[in-house]
Design a protein around this ligand. Structure first.
Ligand SMILES: Nc1ncnc2c1ncn2[C@@H]1O[C@H](COP(=O)(O)OP(=O)(O)O)[C@@H](O)[C@H]1O
Ligand SMILES: [Mg+2]
Length: 260
């Protein structure tokens, strides 16, 4: 896999070979388009920058191909696993993104063209990971952010990324629900953030421990969308856990969370 010792051209050839090997392994020609897009010249240069800065050493394999971007597992030269999220700059539907960026004083003055929005979105995810981490909410530890690429702690084992909460058998749903609700409360009161897309899809299970991911859309509590998103987050949690026999009172939770 690409190691950085012979400049960009060598790097480019190696990463192309690796991407080809994923295609063969996965026997999935639909992926070709995705990889051609992710590993276009601009992104290769950005990834190369992360390599030459010593942030990552190799990109190992794709973990997820989503609407807005792709997540890969990477390795540092010290052998530490990382997750690398590369936001799509071309085909993604970013119509909704603007409303999450506008109204955030941290990104005042960003003009709403697609490229700027995506760069701001990545920076926002990175900064939100910091804020959540500081408030002792379990999210992937942020490592680096460069343009449309966010590098963070990898959640999972050597052999496989951590499963989503929706795909695991829950030993103790009540304890898990309480942990998540506590994270939402701490997020609101200490980080002053609302996740905004909290669901069983954006919680990974690190063994028994939930890890909240996908925080690009998270907004400050003063954001005009914050209260609406908070209600939606808690409603999602209540809906999911009602399938596991728990009766979460959304109104009561909201009162607890807003009590400061
Ligand atoms: N830090 C991480 N460690 C391990 N897997 C991750 C990590 N971040 C994301 N993933 C995987 O990638 C998928 C997509 O990531 P996510 O941030 O939810 O982006 P999106 O939903 O916008 O595509 C997740 O469902 C998860 O399987
Ligand atoms: Mg997600």
């Amino acid at each position: 896999m690409p190691r950085i010792d012979d400049g960009f051209r060598g790097f480019e050839r190696r990463i192309e070979r690796e991407v080809d090997s994923w295609r063969v392994r996965r026997k999935d020609s639909d992926d070709k388009k995705t990889y051609d897009e992710v590993f276009d010249k601009k992104n290769l240069l950005r990834i190369y920058k992360l390599f030459s800065d010593g942030v990552i050493d190799t990109i190992e394999f794709p973990i997820s191909t989503g609407k807005e971007g792709n997540v890969f597992r990477a390795l540092t030269s010290g052998g530490v696993f990382l997750a690398v999220k590369i936001y799509r700059t071309s085909t993604a539907t970013f119509r909704d993104m603007a409303k999450y960026i506008q109204g955030d004083p941290r990104f005042k003055g960003i003009s709403a063209n697609r490229r700027n929005l995506i760069m701001a979105w990545s920076a926002k995810e990175f900064r939100n990971l910091h804020r959540f981490t500081e408030a002792k909410i379990r999210v992937p530890r942020p490592v680096a952010c460069h343009e449309n690429i966010v590098v963070m702690e990898y959640i999972g084992t050597e052999t496989s990324p951590a499963p989503m909460m929706k795909n695991v058998v829950l030993d103790d749903p009540e304890h898990l629900a309480n942990t998540l609700l506590e994270y939402v409360r701490r997020g609101y009161q200490d980080a002053e953030l609302v996740h905004g897309d909290l669901s069983e899809y954006n919680v990974l299970m690190d063994g028994e421990d939930p890890v909240i991911i996908d925080v690009g859309q998270s907004v400050l509590i003063k954001h005009p969308l914050a209260e609406e998103l908070l209600v939606r987050d808690i409603t999602n949690v209540a809906r999911f856990f009602s399938k596991h026999g728990l009766d979460i009172d959304v109104e009561q939770q909201l009162r607890e969370i807003r009590k400061r």
